[in-house]
Design a protein. Structure first.
Length: 360
């Protein structure tokens, strides 16, 4: 009897259920860091936010919003275009769901293919869904199938409501998403992952959303999608620079592996910088209103990032740094988030407060 009493007294007290405030704070921290909350406590939603790497979803949301706001800008200034906000909203939701599926596909095939292990970079900067024991391979596969099914239904609905061309955009994105790491193509392994991301987050996402919103897809929209596509590609480029050593050992020939670190850092500086003159040129030729010049407010952040890329990664992380051994990708992501947000804000202001340059 005494033994039982002692055992109960020594048992750890049960933790109180998470409050709504704690849940929201945990989700916010996960969105900001791509990691579980520092408290170690999270609910099922928070766990799936980590598994799907929801911290990078804003890049996809910006792509969809850019496509929608380009359509709104045309409708508000020149007319001749009717914007369907319901279809566009459904499309943007589909894009975010497809990004979640893409991230899970990467983890699934990199694990089954022997790339993701306890010592590989993916398992070091954040919990790996399978290696951490959070989900089984079967459960992750089922989540991939579910999200892909949702996107398939969205594709068929929008194709019937808008245009069969929606199917071409969606299937092209699915092809890159699956075969980015899946055999037999494994685009990432042959220096084709970066061009694939450029195609998906630019012409396919931005152009596809414009198509869904208006029922048409002018060539200038596809061209204007390129500067933001460069920003998103710079994030992936930065991540692959961080992984040059481990990827080289595994025979994964990403573009940075092919180029070598010094050249790859220089190329990424060009990718991030090229965003600005292309946007300015689009304004000067009259493709887009001048409010998008707000992106120039991101230039100070760009200078910080360029200085970081001018030097090799430090040997050890700064005190309190989260996400090591990743380094360059974080700087590229922060710049992309700021420049992409300012571009989206400028497009919104173009629609609400249109300004025409005197020579146009």
């Amino acid at each position: 009897m005494a033994t039982t009493s002692t055992t109960r007294a020594d048992a750890a007290p049960a933790l109180a259920p998470l409050t709504l405030g704690e849940r929201l704070a945990g989700w916010k921290e996960t969105f900001e860091t791509a990691n579980p909350p520092r408290s170690g406590r999270m609910d099922a939603v928070g766990k799936w936010l980590v598994i799907t790497r929801a911290a990078v979803f804003p890049m996809t949301a910006w792509s969809g919003m850019i496509g929608l706001l380009l359509a709104v800008g045309v409708a508000s200034t020149s007319g001749g275009v009717t914007v369907n906000y319901l279809y566009a909203t459904i499309a943007i939701i589909g894009l975010v769901v497809s990004h979640a599926a893409n991230n899970m596909i990467n983890d699934y095939f990199d694990t089954t293919g022997g790339v993701d292990t306890e010592g590989y970079v993916r398992a070091l900067y954040a919990p790996h869904p399978i290696l951490s024991g959070w989900v089984t391979k079967g459960r992750l596969r089922n989540a991939i199938l579910l999200t892909t099914l949702i996107d398939g239904l969205i594709m068929l609905y929008l194709a019937a409501a808008v245009s069969p061309l929606v199917i071409a955009f969606a299937l092209a994105g699915l092809f890159v998403s699956v075969f980015y790491v899946a055999p037999p193509l494994r685009l990432k392994h042959h220096g084709l992952g970066e061009p694939g991301v450029f195609l998906v987050w630019g012409p396919l996402m931005i152009g596809g959303t414009y198509l869904v919103a208006t029922g048409e897809i002018p060539a200038w929209v596809l061209v204007f999608s390129l500067p933001y596509a460069l920003l998103v590609t710079s994030v992936l480029f930065g991540k692959h620079i961080d992984k040059i050593g481990p990827d080289t050992k595994l025979g994964i020939r990403t573009m940075p592996v092919i180029l070598g670190e010094a050249r790859a850092r220089g190329v990424n500086q060009v990718l991030m910088t090229a965003f600005y003159p292309i946007v300015v040129a689009a304004v000067l030729v009259g493709w887009i209103g001048p409010w998008v010049l707000l992106v120039l407010l991101a230039a100070p952040r760009l200078l910080i990032v360029l200085r970081t890329y001018a030097a090799p990664k430090p040997e050890t992380p700064p005190h309190g740094y989260l996400g090591w051994p990743l380094w360059f990708v974080g700087y590229a992501f922060v710049h992309t988030r700021r420049a992409g947000g300012l571009l989206t804000l400028g497009l919104l202001l173009n629609a609400l407060l249109p300004i025409t340059l005197p020579w146009l």
